[in-house]
Design a protein. Structure first.
Length: 142
């Protein structure tokens, strides 16, 4: 394994985080607080592993430009720009959401989780789409 294998691992971690987040949402909607807690802690750990791998990859490999494919590149950028902005915003939101849960401040936790969850879900899901577009679907195009 080399650093160049990390994008696939990152996409896998994002996909796992997406499933954990969705499952955690379903668990809390069904009133299963203990399962929700386990799933959300797992999502946090998987996302933290993603962030570590992401930083290592980009430190060593830099960034990969998307090929100039007209409207497909425009679509890629429409997905990428909010992904980047929301990824930066979500880290402190996730930490604050977990802090409130850790302290048992449930009303504060619910208030911020209503915003944190969809942002985290969007970033995780679009992370997989960005990987597919950049490393799988449009690699041979020029």
């Amino acid at each position: 394994m080399t650093v160049y294998d990390l994008p696939a691992i990152n996409a896998s971690l994002n996909a796992i985080a997406t499933v954990l987040l969705g499952s955690g949402y379903v668990a809390i909607k069904r009133g299963n607080k203990e399962l929700h807690k386990k799933l959300m802690i797992s999502a946090l750990l998987v996302s933290a592993a993603f962030l570590g791998c992401y930083l290592v990859y980009h430190y060593h490999a830099g960034s990969k430009p998307f090929p100039d494919l007209g409207w497909i590149k425009t679509l890629y950028l429409i997905i990428l720009v909010p992904h980047i902005i929301l990824a930066a915003i979500m880290v402190p939101m996730i930490l604050k959401t977990f802090w409130h849960a850790f302290r048992g401040e449930w009303e504060s936790h619910k208030k911020i989780a209503r915003w944190t969850f969809p942002i985290w879900m969007y970033v995780s899901l679009t992370g997989v789409v960005i990987y597919l577009m950049l490393y799988q679907w449009f690699t041979t195009a020029s």
